[in-house]
Design a protein around this ligand. Sequence first.
Ligand code: GLU
Length: 425
Amino acid sequence: MTVMVPSRTPALITPGRQALDSALHQLHQAAEHLGLDDGLRAMLATPRRSLTVSVPVRREDGRLDVVQGFRVQHNISRGPAKGGIRFHPSTDLDEVTALAMWMTWKCALVGIPYGGAKGGVAVDPATLTTRELERLTRRYVNEILPLIGPEKDIPAPDVGTDEQTMAWIMDTYSVNAGYSVPGVVTGKPMTLGGSLGRAGATSRGVQIAALAALGRSPEGVTVAVQGFGKVGALAAQYLADAGCTVVAVSDATGAVHASGGLDVVALRAWVAESGGVHGYRGADAMERDELVELDVDLLVPAALENVITEENAPRVRARLIVEGANGPTTPEADEILAGNGATVVPDILANAGGVIVSYLEWVQNMQAYSWSAKEVELKLRDLMESAYDEVRTLATDRGLTLRQAAHAIGVGRVADAHRMRGLYP
Ligand code: GLU
């Protein structure tokens, strides 16, 4: 059987379909490079399990709304399925499948013993009260209960979910089990078995990857961050702490720019108070769409998929792009950026800090033990830097982009696991 890579007609396809097309395209390239046979390609191109559920939610005024939820386990050959849960109005099965596939390669690339999964609920959490959000979360978890478990599939935060969501998931699962099961979910609050360093882990990983890729002193390096949210705001902070000059950031409310550098601490305080960067007085307002085209050294897309496309890629001036988000660059944009000599540190490497510290949290939970912040950070740094070095070496040796090299390593490890295990029956 030959795996079909769908034709790409962006105007006609949903963002989720576009993300899945990108993921399949990257897999196809890696499979070509590795010389995988058609059967193995088909295994890797299709999720092992996909569940779509309808989630009824009782609203405060007594109305009943029904929203769609998903959990996809793309691959479980190297260990339990692992990946976040996203609450976003435009999430769909295609998007969740793409994100689950990227989780598989990410875990394999950084050498943690997990397969890949993702969950999603097609809802805008900002439109719900806290109690509605809690009811929605608990009911969604109840619907996907047969799939999850500390040895089966371990959710975590993603876009639109946080520590509180993880606490409700842990509680719902534990009440059903009849005892506390902290290892069923990562990214929990510290009081429920969360890990020191997990909250900032993805951003710390972005900083580590960016500094490794810069290969020079960060002093004077100008940075633009698209998406000043959970990942982007702390990535901006850590990059500024390292000596970079963060000149522009954007979020759903707007974008701000200061050529001499933003005061990231003050901006984060403003966002905590007002809900977004819009209206921040310490910088000039700018068009959100212009941010990715700014004349900066380093661009960090840290929000959603399909942000750098064939349309705007020719105008991207940053020489280094470090992907805090999953899937922010389309394959067409990748080619344009590579042709223009820009380096892209791909998502499955650059944002792996989150799942690395999720793994460390899970290991602590399974041993009923906890590590110091220093121990966690050292392990994170070690795994990130070794993965970066492996990717860089393969890219240089074989004349690949960092994304091609990262996928070749990740896909190759999963393919090896399949070969060694063999097929049952
Ligand atoms: N949602 C994050 C990601 O995309 C973290 C997943 C996890 O910690 O399991 O990598």
